[in-house]
Ligand binder design. Structure first.
Ligand code: ATP
Ligand code: MG
Length: 262
């Protein structure tokens, strides 16, 4: 059974998608079997790996539709793309936005639709990474219900730290409310960092001071670099786009730390 990790933060643009792809490809380069589920109607993971979200016949919404219809005969590779970078991806596009209404209309078990699907395919993978959207709606709740743990990218910036409380509260409610009692926090990863600045050192201290006793704050942080900003448009991961750069090196180091901590 694969380990299921939701990469979540309701704050937008903090590096969820970049971390999902870079960790996923990083794990695949270590011969792990990885499935990335794009769980965001923006389809950023899908696009960043080189696929046009608007041209796809089957996406994660179709998979959810079938589970909602109680069709549990979904083939192992239904909708799954085998990317050239060694990971599988279940893509998403704007159709996932209409899924919110459909999920809300499910009478019982609306939070468990993704979980039911993942149970069917998880034996095929070592890791299943869920790239969440920047909100804490019923779609993200499905990811938190399906996951073993949550990996939280946090932008190294003063305001990001404040938003963490809301996410941690939601995670706590998922556990104590019985939706997913096995859910744990994988760790906090500081992203988009300017490591030379005093501000970064200050923020790292604040995060470690506020959460470090209970939550794993990774030693590795991801520095900001122009190439990481450019990579998504190229349809390549940072390893292919700028393999010798500092962001590729940081994600490589993070992948190692992640495997050790897991
Ligand atoms: N280390 C980095 N250095 C520079 N730019 C980065 C870095 N990491 C991510 N970015 C850029 O910052 C933007 C936001 O990153 P990303 O899409 O990974 O965040 P996100 O949390 O998934 O966003 P959303 O909440 O919209 O899903 C993107 O344009 C991305 O290319
Ligand atoms: Mg994203």
């Amino acid at each position: 059974m694969g380990r299921i990790i939701a990469i979540a933060n309701q704050k937008g643009g903090v590096g969820k998608t970049t971390t999902c792809i870079s960790l996923g490809v990083g794990l695949a380069r270590k011969k792990k079997r990885v499935l990335l589920i794009d769980f965001d109607p923006q389809g950023n993971s899908t696009q960043s790996l080189g696929y046009n979200p608007d041209m796809l016949e089957v996406t994660v919404s179709d998979v959810l539709d079938r589970v909602i219809e109680k069709d549990y005969t979904i083939a192992n590779d239904y909708g799954i793309i085998h990317s050239q970078e060694g990971i599988d991806i279940l893509p998403a596009n704007i159709e996932l936005a209409t899924m919110e209404m459909k999920l809300l209309a499910v009478y019982i078990g609306r939070e468990k639709i993704l979980d039911k699907y993942i149970q069917m395919i998880s034996d095929n993978y070592d890791y299943i990474l869920l790239d969440c959207k920047p909100s804490l709606d019923i779609i993200t709740l499905n990811a938190l219900t399906a996951a073993d743990s949550v990996l939280i990218p946090v932008q190294a910036q003063f305001y990001s730290v404040k938003g963490l409380e809301q996410l941690l509260n939601t995670i706590n409610q998922v556990v104590t409310g019985g939706l997913n009692t096995r859910l744990t926090i994988e760790g906090i990863l500081l992203t988009l960092a300017n490591p030379q600045t005093n501000n970064f050192k200050e923020i790292k201290k604040v995060v470690e001071g506020a959460y470090g006793q209970h939550i794993n704050v990774y030693h590795t942080h991801i520095p900001r670099a122009v190439t990481a900003e450019e990579a998504p448009a190229s349809g390549k991961s940072i390893y292919l786009y700028d393999g010798t750069g500092k962001v590729a090196a940081a994600y490589e180091q993070f992948t190692q730390e992640f495997i050790k901590e897991a």
